[in-house]
Design a binder for this molecule. Structure first.
Ligand code: MG
Ligand code: MG
Length: 265
């Protein structure tokens, strides 16, 4: 069932998503070599709860019925998605995708950003830039009258054109009172195909892009997804509302990127 949101519901979704954005900006402040992903998780959970929200990822079950043990997913280097925070310190040159979800006043926020730890290899930097560009190209297509396949195609084209792999097994999704609603939003598809987009449809668009082959495998922990060839992967995600002419981006990278600019001075 596809559920279009009222304007009031869209504003509630925006509040939940802006809290995710501010949580990710807190991560941006403290990411550096030596920090562990468990430290990041502790700070994220506290920040989310201090703002009256629930970290939606905590306790979320996988298909094996195991609850996710943390409040954020931290996927390092060749980890694609659903990385579990641990005590291993991040090191210079790593990348870490931090996926964060909140529930605030009954509505969900969901957004992800791949961070650089210190100085990263220029090739890896280009993967991150391209993945983020692909996300915005997908968002450009998320307008009334287009079809879901237009969004998927735009993401896929930009990444494959640059020689990258597009992960198939994990996709974006509708979002509202539930973190995962219909429809599924793949990062690959055909132009002009699929669901006709209507005003008020809220979706999370989230390219998961690999530097090499798109094939993945599931870790023994039954959560962490790795690239099979162990090459790095990037993941950027926005929650957006389909509107006429231009999608309304409900999450934001502005707080994160302001912190990153200040750190680089
Ligand atoms: Mg997410
Ligand atoms: Mg998502």
């Amino acid at each position: 069932m596809i559920y279009l949101k009222t304007d009031d519901e869209v504003e509630l979704l925006r509040e939940a998503n802006l809290l995710v954005a501010r949580t990710l900006a807190e991560m941006a402040k403290i990411i550096k070599p030596g920090v562990t992903t468990r430290q990041l998780d502790t700070i994220a959970e506290q920040f989310i709860r201090d703002h009256g929200a629930i970290p939606t990822f905590k306790g979320f079950p996988n298909p094996y019925g195991q609850p996710f043990p943390a409040s954020i997913c931290t996927s390092v280097n060749e980890q694609v998605v659903h990385g579990v925070p641990d005590d291993k310190p991040l090191k210079e040159g790593d990348i870490v995708s931090i996926d964060c979800g909140t529930k605030l006043n009954g509505f969900c926020g969901d957004s992800c950003y791949t961070f650089e730890v210190g100085e990263v290899d220029t090739q890896v930097h280009k993967l991150l830039v391209t993945t983020k560009e692909a996300l915005y190209m997908g968002i450009e297509q998320a307008v009334v009258g287009h079809r879901l396949g237009d969004v998927s195609y735009a993401v896929q084209q930009h990444c494959t054109k640059n020689g990258y792999g597009v992960v198939r097994e994990f996709v974006g999704h509708g979002i509202g009172k539930d973190m995962h609603e219909e429809p599924q939003v793949p990062n690959y598809g055909k132009r002009g195909n699929g669901l006709l987009l209507k005003s008020g449809l809220c979706i999370a668009i989230e390219p998961m892009i690999t530097m090499g082959d798109h094939k993945i495998y599931l870790d023994e922990d039954k959560w962490t997804v790795h690239t099979r060839d162990h090459k790095p992967a990037a993941h950027f995600e926005h929650t957006v509302c389909v509107r006429k002419g231009k999608a309304d981006i409900l999450s934001s990278f502005e707080f994160i990127e302001q912190v990153l600019r200040e750190k680089s001075i």
